[in-house]
Design a binder for this molecule. Structure first.
Ligand code: BES
Ligand code: ZN
Length: 528
């Protein structure tokens, strides 16, 4: 039942598109199964372009699961999306994520970016985005800031935002919520001349996104974006004006978490070297439209956005881990950094990974433009808040407390200060690769190291060769076949395993000949 509710709650939001667009044609991209489902109901729907399954993977997510499906670009009546979402939910028992594209050209460009990892990497290279160093060295600044952040402040902002009948992107109350947040953030800015709050006006609907900027002191052209979505939706529809959509978790919790970050940074009189922007996006629930316009405009202006963090649903703990870092439509290097930030500043938290499996929130808009984005989430994908997209997504249904959201707010504050404190021209430390080769008899092993690996970096070892080689990696000591940090012991000589560092440390590698053969060992690591 819980699972059923979850699926219902998540999916039907796709259907509830604005009456203002009814009858219009829209461009969407979607996966194989969703396309088949669409064609059942609209046999005339044809993909104008497709990317094959094996090619259709995000370069940024290559180290994780490859996307199992192809992607197709289709033009549909906007009202067809309702039955599409419904039938995907009913018949496939999963969510029907799609990505909305304002024009066919935009849709084709998106498909092209996904067509080959190389194309996607070229796109990233064409952007001015600088890869940050990801060093973690701001303990003296971060720790006091985190200690004065409070769940009660987050709770109050959730209550205030969800008091609107809804925050639908075309509704009067959706507009009012944007104006209210602009005022709230302006007040929190405390009159500092380096803090400005403005609204981003969208062309197709009334609700404006809200952007607070803390101007960087001497590295201000490098920008950090932390976002959440302002709008809400009720899956059962109803008129935009009168639908009850409190959206307390989805996503007042994200906006409220960011609001507490702003309050804490200002209270500490923190002056970042990079520019920090907090964004509350309009129109997420109708296809990531607000964030797509903003990410597109930042890309068009060649703005050097060095990192993007998305907080969408932070206050419902649905599974064993505290924070799940989503591995799809995100950047794996920044995800590793975020994991290290949590390990450093919130060491009691349990961190897991999961995937949405589709472009489920605004991080995907930035990822599509080649920016480094992360999406830490409140629960595993399938165990999220069952009340979202309904009148029951209330603060009361989260126990009228914001303890879970506070973890995300603290993580975001630590992320902001660690990235925000780098000066101009900080070069990302380059990884070093060392190659070794040799031969082993059956049962013989050879160890390598110590490799002196930097905090925040990682060491990846891989072997190829003949026979059956097994690979062991261990922090602080030479591994044995029973004592290691990671191992790879498949039935050939092709193995690989890696460790992430949360402090500077020695790492050792051991190659073990399970049967006799030759090995080539490659060790890549971030030196201290
Ligand atoms: N907060 C959700 C995304 C979400 C829901 C992530 C449940 C993980 C678990 C977001 O606001 C949303 O509803 N997204 C839509 C897709 C979007 C493109 C309209 C969705 O997931 O159906
Ligand atoms: Zn939603």
């Amino acid at each position: 039942m819980r699972q059923f509710l979850t699926i219902t709650a998540v999916c039907v939001g796709l259907a509830a598109l604005t009456p203002a667009y009814a009858g219009d044609k829209v461009w969407i991209s979607l996966g194989d199964a969703a396309l088949a489902q669409l064609q059942k109901h609209r046999p005339a729907a044809r993909a104008v372009a497709s990317v094959k399954a094996d090619a259709a993977q995000d370069a940024s997510a290559l180290s994780f699961a490859a996307r199992p499906e192809g992607i197709h670009l289709v033009e549909v009546d906007e009202d067809a999306l309702a039955s599409l979402s419904h039938s995907i939910h009913e018949e496939l028992r999963r969510c029907g994520g799609y990505m909305y594209h304002p024009t066919q050209e935009a849709g084709l460009a998106s498909l092209k970016r996904h067509s080959t990892p190389a194309a996607s990497q070229q796109l990233a290279a064409a952007l001015v985005a600088t890869r940050p160093s990801y060093t973690i060295d701001q303990q003296a600044v971060v720790t006091p800031i985190l200690s004065q952040m409070q769940a009660s402040n987050i709770g109050q902002t959730i209550v205030d935002l969800s008091a609107n009948i809804n925050r639908y992107y075309t509704s009067t109350s959706g507009v009012a919520a944007s104006n209210w947040l602009k005022q709230k953030w302006t007040t929190l800015g405390g009159g500092r001349s380096d803090i400005t709050v403005e609204q981003f006006t969208h062309s197709g609907w009334a609700q404006k996104s809200v952007i607070a900027t803390i101007q960087g002191t001497d590295n201000g052209s490098e920008v950090i974006v932390m976002g959440a979505h302002l709008d809400s939706i009720n899956q059962s529809g109803g008129s935009g004006e009168t639908m009850r959509a409190p959206g307390a978790d989805d996503d007042a919790s994200g906006v409220a978490s960011l609001t507490e970050v702003l309050r804490a940074l200002v209270q500490a009189n923190y002056k970042p070297r990079r520019t920090i922007k907090l964004m509350a996006y309009a129109a997420e629930e109708v296809g990531l439209r607000g964030s797509q316009e903003i990410a597109n405009s930042f890309a068009a202006a060649n703005t050097n956005v060095v990192g993007v963090l998305q907080l969408d649903m932070t206050n419902y703990k649905g599974a064993a881990n505290d924070i799940y870092i989503f591995t799809d439509y995100t950047d794996s290097a920044q995800n590793t950094f975020l994991t290290n930030v949590i390990a450093t500043y919130l060491p009691t938290l349990r961190v897991g990974t999961d995937r949405c499996g589709y472009a489920c929130s605004d991080h995907a808009s930035w990822n599509a433009k080649g920016f480094f984005a992360s999406m830490p989430f409140e629960s595993s994908f399938s165990a999220d808040n069952p009340y979202i997209h309904s009148a029951n997504d209330t603060y009361a249904n989260m126990g009228s407390q914001a303890d879970h959201a506070l973890k995300f707010a603290r993580m975001a504050a630590a992320y902001a200060v660690e990235l925000g404190s780098d000066g101009p021209g900080t070069q990302p430390p380059t990884d070093k690769t060392e190659n070794f080769s040799g031969s082993l008899t059956r049962g013989q092993s050879k160890s390598f190291g110590p490799f002196k690996v930097a905090n925040g970096g990682s060491l990846a070892a891989s072997t190829t060769g003949t026979g059956d080689m097994d690979l062991y990696v261990r922090k602080s000591a030479v591994p044995t076949t029973s004592n290691y940090s990671c191992k790879s012991d498949g039935s050939t000589a092709t193995e690989g395993c890696s460790v992430n560092m949360t402090a500077n440390g020695d790492v050792y590698v051991l190659v073990y000949g399970y049967s006799a053969g030759n090995y080539q060992l490659k060790v890549t690591y971030r030196p201290q």
